[in-house]
Every structure is written in C-alpha cells, then in structure tokens.
Design a protein around this ligand. Structure first.
Ligand code: FHN
Length: 679
C-alpha cells in the first residue's frame, strides 16, 4: 500500500510539474482525434439569468449578461437564487435530444460571468445547492452523458461579477468597494472550483474558458491555468480563451501568442478553411445565449444545416447553443430544430463526422467534405442549389471517378462522365433533400484538384532582394514561373522552393505534370522600395513619452488640440497611468530604433481605436469603435531612430492596446522595451 501511495504521489507531483504546452504534434493529434471527428456539439447557457428571461423593468432584450446590461446591484441579483427552481429539469431528456440531433458533445456553463455555479461547490454558497432545487445538475448531466456515450464538457468564465476578489468591478458598480480585493486569491478560488469540476464528475472532455478579455488576465495566468487543468485531466482539450491572445469575435489567436488547443470564432464562420488549425464556431439558435422569452428570431433548420456543412467543409466544429428556461426545459423552438437536424443527420451524418476540409475553391452549388478511403478519396458533395438539368459539375478535379451515389440511397448508383478538367455527375431530377442533398463521389488516389500554386509571402515590398516562396501541396507537379506577368509555359523556369527577386516583378506561377499544365496561374506583385532615412540623435533615453486624456470620443481625436490630464514617461507602451476605465485616451511619442534596413510591419491590437505613425506617415489605421482587433501596415526603414506616435482611445466596456513589430530579423512580437526611446 505504501508503495502504491508513493507511486501515486510521485505521478501527481510529476503531472503538476509538467508543461503540457510543450507536447509533440503526435501527442496533440491523439488527444484532439475524437474532437476533430465529432464536428458537432451542443452549447448550453443556463443559470440564474433564466429567471428574468431577458426582462428587467421596461427592457426585454437582456440575456445572460442581464446583471451588467441592466446594472442590477449584487444584493438584488442574489435574490434570483431563491427563485431558481427548475423542477422540470431532466438530464436524460436533454442528453437524448442532443444525441438524437447528431451531436457528440455537450458544453454547459458550470459558471458564467455572473459567478453563479450550476454545481455543488465547497468554495462558495453562490450555487445551485443553495437554491430551492438543491440538486447538482452537472453531476446528473455528466452521468447521463456517460450513459449515452456523449462527451461532457464545461464552459467556465474567468470573469466573475460576484466574487469579491475578482477585478475589475463593473464600471457602474460605483458603491461596491474593491477594498481588499486580491486577484491572486480569486485565481486560487477559480483553480479550487476547477479542481472540483475535474475530479468529482468523471472524465471531462473539453474546458471551454471565456471572459478572458479584461486587463487583469494575462498569458502567464493562462499558461498556468492550462497546465493546471491538464494536470488534473491530461487528455482534456482546452480552448484558446484560456490565454489572452484572442483577436475578437473572429476567435483566433494572434501570431506568437499562447493559443490553447483550438480557436473559437463566435457567431461567425471563417471565409475559408485554415489548414492545420483546429477551430470551432459557436452560435446561438436565436439572438441570445441565455434564455430570452421574447426572442423569436430563430435561425431556420435550413440555415443551421447549411452552416453545419459549411463549417465542416472548412475543417471546423459547430457548437450550437440552447438557452434552457428557469423551469429546466429547452424552448420548444429549440426542441423542434434539434429534432429536424437529427432527421438529416441520421441519413447524412457520415458526410460530417470524421471528415476534413474541402480541397476545392468556392463552389456555387454547395460544399464538399472529404475522407481518405485507403489510398483513394471519398468526397461528399453537399448540394444546396440542386442542378435543374440533372448535371452536377465538379470543376478542376483530375482524378478518375470510381463510383458515385446518393448518400441517403446508396443502392442508387449515379453516372459520372468527364468534360475537360471537370467531372459531371448525372443526378436524379428531384433533389433528395430540399436543404442539402449529399452525393458520394469516390475517386482514385489522393485528391488532385487543379488548384494553382500558393505564393506565400506576407510582405510584398523589399529593399534589395526578396525570396518569394512558391509551393503546391499537389503530388507529382513542377511549378513553372514568369516575372513579367505572362502565363508560364513548359519552357518557363522551374521553381525550386523560392524565386529570388532583386527588382519589381509580377510573379506568375503554374503547375505542370509530364509537360502539361494542370492548374490555373497564381499571380502576385512585389515592389522594390526605398527606406525612410533614420534620424541622427545624439542622446536618447530608453522609454516612451505618454500624454493621458479624458473625453468621450467615437474615433481617435486630434490630441494635439486637447489638454492632457497627465503626462510622463514609461518603459513600455501601456495604459497604466490612466485614472479611468472608460472615456480616456493616450498619445505615446518617441522613437523606435530599428536594428536593420528592412521593410517593417507594425501592428496595433486595440479596443477601441488606435493609429500608429512613423514620422508623418500613418502606418496603421485601426481607428473606430470596436472590440479588441488587430490591424497592420508596412514601412521600409533604414537602421536607426525613427519618430513614432501612437494615438489610442477607449469609449466604454472592454479596453486594450498592444503594439507589435516584425522585420529586420525580429519575428512578430510586442515592441521590445529596448527599441523605444525619447529625447
Ligand atoms: O460574454 C460571453 C457571452 O455571454 C457568451 O457566453 C459567449 C459564448 O461564447 N461568449 C462571450 C461573448 O464573447
């Protein structure tokens, strides 16, 4: 027994010391495998906010944010604890509805921003065990999921409007003191609750963090939390909102930032697939995450099913939300949609589960998902716009067809013919499904689509020379190129990884096989530019000057026309000298000392607007009212000092400003302190 305990203790200590962010690709692939195959899950936003159901005084448009959007004082909001009694809650029914809809995992709010917990926690009384209901609904759901073979997952908010140690307070909570508030103690509380959630409920498959955007959260906390959660359940998957590098609602993590395991586009679908990137779009069925009894703006089954196919065709997962009522039932409109989705998934789920992104560019009639089929390839053609003439055209595919049939009626084989670089499938006159008819097309070998080569450079300007990287993922092709804009032919030079330019050029590249062109032509223009001269500066002090302003703006003002509230110097660009969280602005001025002659990219990541000038040139215009979002601009510079000015404002709500630099041997990173100077 003693030996067993010693081994157990050693393994716990080693898990806690492990840096899970350093795992190999193979280890991550193994851990992500079920999630990549699942493709479709249920999101559930449930808690005290279901009691007011979106209504507060004269307004009816609230949701799960009602405590903030209606500015409900804590003691007032706490009264909902005594009213939350979801007597109709039935975990088995919820899980069955998800399963019958073809969903493979359920992500439910263990705690949302209001701080209320749906589980039995020893760390706080602000939970379901202190309501009239007194049942641990997460336990009941976890048991029901296990019984039905669905994965149980937790959504957990980092932001917490209830816990006294969480900062910042809501800006309208003027009377709620921050006296004694200790964010580190809050972090320990959050870890203690996560330990309960990850040790008392069996295997948990995903931790879906949220509310990571406030300025008390940072990458160090994120990495520590990631490792802590993985130490408790090493195979768990964690989204990118555990970190602090997400770029707004498009949901992806900015280059170089800690990114968890998958990106989280919210209420939006990326325009194209993102090879090698794991991502999941989360979306409401109407316009609210939490239950709003007046919200009747429900998405149609057609919209949902076509978005499911669109997302899968880009290699993503779809997390579709339900906001249950205070009685503990799904709204009838949600029930009906889940049932109709399930009917389609029952016949066509094979075209979603375990598929990977389409190899085709945009297709007018619908989407494509793909599976390897031994050494061959199986394509699922999701036909939204059914061909009136019974001829479905699949352009640009050079593989030989093996067979084709309706997924819903496999015994009905379809005739396939070739016309130049397209395959033509003869389909039945009537669409088998009015929303999405899935046709299977088996082809020989790995898919061979006549996609042109990729010209990869993300900078199209250079000073003296530039290596233009040109590649194709297709097998057995040679890439020929020209520099004068003409279409390459077999006699044009062959690309060997890259093409070096020393003068302006319009690069054109095309794939050939056995002397015959097998793709269209990619083109990109590269311009030779001349760098801005550096300023001769005798003495410069490390740091940057700042000027702090207060005011209510909708765009970056002309700060030169205003009187600053405060000014001074800082070692880095940050918002710490502010005395307000809203309606404030900054102007930072000084010099950036770049290490080499090069074309530099500057980025501003800001909420709200920002602008970056080098000398008199506006290099980055990221102005306007918006959430945290990033814009960039290029400028050719000689090594040395260049005047820099950054203007920034925040109106209300979230805030943030980060300035990145790339070039001169610097990989994209926040401008190092050592590059900033002032006179
Ligand atoms: O503020 C939350 C919101 O309430 C909801 O939980 C969504 C779902 O991902 N996430 C945040 C908004 O981005």
């Amino acid at each position: 027994m003693k030996k067993f305990l010693a081994v157990l203790l050693i393994s716990i200590i080693s898990l806690q010391a492990q840096d899970f962010t350093k795992e190999t690709k193979e280890q991550k692939d193994a851990r992500m495998s079920w999630w990549r195959d699942a493709r479709f899950g249920l999101f559930i936003h449930w808690g005290l906010y279901a009691v007011p159901a979106g209504e507060w005084k004269e307004k009816t448009s609230h949701g799960e944010w009602i405590r903030t959007t209606a500015q409900i004082p804590l003691e007032e909001y706490d009264k909902f604890v005594g009213q939350f009694n979801p007597v109709k809650f039935n975990a088995a029914e919820w899980v069955k509805m998800a399963k019958d809809a073809g969903m493979k995992y359920i992500v439910i709010t263990s705690k949302h921003h209001d701080g209320f917990q749906l589980f039995d926690s020893q760390q706080s009384d602000f939970n379901i065990m202190h309501t009239p209901f007194k049942r641990d609904v997460l336990k009941e759901l976890a048991d029901a999921c296990r019984k039905e073979g669905l994965k149980m997952c937790w959504y957990h908010s980092i932001m917490d409007w209830h816990h006294p140690d969480y900062l910042p307070r809501r800006e309208w909570e003027k009377t709620r003191s921050t006296e004694g508030a200790d964010f580190k103690r809050y972090f320990a509380y959050m870890k203690a609750q996560l330990k309960e959630l990850l040790t008392n409920y069996g295997d948990i498959s995903v931790l879906w963090f949220d509310g990571e955007w406030e300025n008390t959260w940072n990458t160090d906390y994120g990495k520590e939390l990631y490792n802590y959660v993985r130490s408790l359940q090493p195979n768990i998957i964690i989204n990118n909102r555990v970190g602090a590098g997400r770029s707004g609602m498009e949901g992806f993590t900015k280059d170089g930032e800690f990114s968890g395991d998958f990106g989280t586009p919210e209420q939006t679908i990326p325009s194209t697939g993102l090879p090698g990137v794991d991502w999941e779009t989360c979306m409401t069925m109407n316009d609210h995450w939490g239950y709003n009894k007046n919200d009747k703006n429900w998405k149609s089954v057609k919209e949902i099913l076509q978005m499911l196919a669109d997302i899968a065709s880009k290699g993503g997962n779809y997390l579709l939300n339900v906001g249950p009522t205070a009685e503990g039932v799904f709204p009838p409109e949600s029930v009906e949609r889940l049932r109709e989705i399930g009917k389609w998934m029952k016949l066509n789920g094979e075209s979603i589960y375990g598929t990977t992104a389409s190899p085709f560019p945009k297709l007018e009639w619908g989407r494509v998902t793909k599976k390897s089929n031994g050494n061959d390839t199986r394509l699922y053609l999701h036909v939204f716009n059914y061909p009136a003439d019974g001829k479905l055209i699949l352009p640009g595919i050079l593989n030989d067809a093996e067979q084709s049939y309706l997924l819903a009626e496999p015994q009905k084989k379809l005739d396939v013919s070739r016309k130049e670089d397209a395959l033509i499938i003869s389909v039945p006159a009537a669409a088998p499904d009015s929303i999405n008819s899935v046709i299977v097309l088996d082809v020989k070998g790995k898919e061979d689509i006549n996609n042109p080569p990729e010209i990869e450079n993300n900078v199209d300007q250079f000073l003296n020379k530039i290596d233009v990287k040109i590649k194709s993922s297709r097998e057995n092709v040679q890439i020929h190129y020209t520099l004068d804009g003409s279409i390459p032919d077999i006699n044009s030079p062959v690309v060997n990884g890259y093409v070096q330019l020393t003068d302006c050029a319009l690069v054109s590249a095309r794939c050939f096989r056995n002397g015959v062109p097998v793709s269209g032509t990619s083109q990109a223009t590269f311009t030779k530019v001349f760098p801005e001269a550096a300023e001769k500066i005798e003495t410069a002090t490390p740091g940057i000057k700042y000027f702090y302003y207060e005011g209510d703006w909708d765009k970056v003002p002309e700060f030169a026309d205003l009187k600053s509230k405060k000014e001074g110097t800082l070692s880095k660009i940050e918002l710490s000298p502010r005395t307000e969280n809203e309606h404030f602005g900054f102007e930072f001025t000084g010099y950036v000392k770049v290490p080499a002659d090069d074309v530099y990219t500057f980025f501003t990541d800001s909420d709200d607007g920002s602008k970056l000038f080098i000398g008199n040139k506006l290099v980055v215009d990221n102005d306007g009212l918006h959430g945290l979002s990033q814009k960039s601009g290029l400028i050719p510079l000689t090594a040395g000092f260049h005047p820099v000015k950054i203007s920034y404002f925040n109106k209300t709500g979230g805030m943030g400003l980060k300035i990145y630099i790339e070039g001169g041997g610097i990989k994209k990173e926040i401008i190092p302190d050592g590059l900033l100077f002032y006179k």
